[in-house]
Design a binder for this molecule. Structure first.
Ligand code: PLP
Length: 465
């Protein structure tokens, strides 16, 4: 069934579409878009399964799940109904007290995490990370180490748009004109084998990308380090997949130095990695896990900061300032929590984590031939995520120019497929195509995605040649 908005847009035709566009240009400020691009947005009016339809009636396979989040696809009525039922029953109460959907979800998240965690709810990934940083600092302070306040994160990683989350982000160009940001965030190079920052090759290296944490902790003063934050796989920064032993080694260094490990599962969580959480692939137990996006399949805003129960011991004290003095008006909204519970139930009932893993294998296999193309330097995949690094020259690995990358994106769109590119716009390094489809995508649609990308790369290369 089409939505009312879709029907209105259809029945009113091209003139109505033009009017909406004019209103949009006048009133809506688009996220991240340069001015020219912001003048011509795709106005999406309908979603079904893995597809979206724009105001002109054009239908696309959304191979990016919106912003890496609509894992259950665009037409899961049960999610809408779960939210509706909760809104009708009890639409709001703050988590200074409690409500049933939050309790149910916290219990479910514990089952999904496979450990015992205390859950703090917010609305967005950025807030979940902000919460984690404050918690980590207060934890150390309450255990007699108030000097531990610095956080180590990686170049190319994205952790959010707000003061500290952006400071933790290792993408300098996102910070221009907004600095100075929160102090105390130190970056290390990413585990980026294709362009190893240490000039090594995996197999003959000593995992310098992991041991560098120890070096940096020594240089900064171990008594000043509160936490390390990392995604299991750097996603938006270019689908940078670490060596299998990397995360365990970093965990071990954190343990030796008394540093907390915060794992940002905002994208990797809830099946995207082929496991329930990304860190489950690496046999590592984090101290804090942050999550958002897929928790509600993008249908409503919700995020969570899960803190290992043993850490909560440091907060069981009624001395002044000993509790976590942090409140979030909308964090853990009952309808969002009810919708999240239903999201996780549906994933269990329909075995969608397993499906994501299988589809990821199929996607990875289908992309193999593309790796031979002269403008494809590297194809990386992990779970149901893929990154295709485009180069101008395969030998020198010089990145493909932005115009080439944009041509490929446009070529995909002309073929009815929306894909993405890495979010870090370091000049000349915005060259990784990203694919992260809904878990409900059909095998035929997956074939169409691969075919569109393959044809678009060939087309752009022929045009450039
Ligand atoms: N962490 C990661 C890994 C992300 O990809 C994002 C957003 O893309 C965030 C945090 C921030 O999430 P939000 O946009 O919900 O604040």
């Amino acid at each position: 069934m089409r939505s009312e908005t879709a029907k209105d847009a259809d029945t009113q035709g091209a003139t109505a579409a033009q009017r909406w566009l004019e209103q949009d240009r006048r009133y809506v400020w688009h996220h991240m878009q340069p001015y020219a691009a912001s003048r011509d947005p795709m106005i999406v009016v309908h979603g079904e399964g893995a597809t979206i339809t724009d105001i002109h009636g054009n239908r696309y396979i959304d191979a990016m799940s919106g912003l890496w989040c609509v894992n259950l696809g665009y037409s899961e009525r049960e999610l809408a109904e779960a939210a509706y039922r909760q809104l009708a029953e009890m639409p709001y109460y703050p988590l200074t007290q409690s409500h049933l959907p939050a309790i149910r979800l916290a219990e479910k998240l514990n089952a999904w995490l496979g450990g015992e965690y205390k859950i703090f709810f917010s609305n967005s990934g950025s807030e979940a990370n902000e919460t984690a940083f404050k918690l980590a600092r207060q934890y150390h302070a309450q255990r007699g180490e108030p000097g531990r306040w610095k956080v180590i994160s990686r170049y190319r990683a994205y952790h959010g748009n707000s003061g500290a989350a952006l400071a933790a982000t290792g993408q300098a160009q996102r910070k221009y004109k907004y600095e100075p940001l929160a102090p105390g965030f130190v970056h290390v190079p990413p585990p980026y084998c294709y362009r190893c920052p240490f000039g090594q090759a995996y197999g003959s290296c000593h995992l310098e990308c992991a041991s560098v944490y120890e070096q940096v902790m020594e240089w900064e003063g171990p008594e000043t380090i509160a936490a390390v934050i990392m995604e299991p796989v750097i996603t938006g920064g270019g689908v940078i997949v670490p060596p299998p032993e990397y995360m365990r080694q970093v965990r071990e260094i954190c343990d030796r130095y008394g540093v907390l490990l915060i794992v940002d599962e905002v994208i990797c969580g809830f099946g995207r990695s082929g496991e329930r959480f990304g860190h489950h692939n690496f046999g590592v137990e984090p101290d804090i896990v942050t999550m958002a996006k897929g928790i509600t399949s993008g249908y409503l805003p919700l995020s969570a900061t899960a803190v290992r129960a043993s850490l909560f011991e440091a907060f069981k004290d009624d001395a002044p300032y000993a509790h976590f003095r942090h409140v979030n008006t909308f964090g853990g909204n009952p309808a969002a929590c009810a919708l999240a519970v239903r999201t996780l139930e549906i994933m269990e009932e329909r075995r969608l984590v397993e499906r994501a893993r299988e589809l990821g294998r199929a996607l990875s296999a289908a992309l193999v031939p593309l790796a031979a193309h002269p403008n494809v330097g590297d194809v990386r995949s992990f779970g149901f995520l893929a990154g295709i690094e485009l180069v101008a020259d395969k030998e020198t690995r010089s990145p493909a120019p932005a115009a080439f990358v944009n041509q490929v994106l446009a070529g995909c769109k002309r073929r009815g497929v929306i894909i993405g590119k890495n979010g870090d716009t370091v000049p000349n390094h915005n060259n990784v195509l990203t694919i992260s489809p809904p878990f409900v995508v059909s095998r035929e649609e997956l074939d169409q995605i691969v075919q569109a990308v393959t044809e678009a790369v060939h087309e752009a290369a022929e045009g450039a040649g």
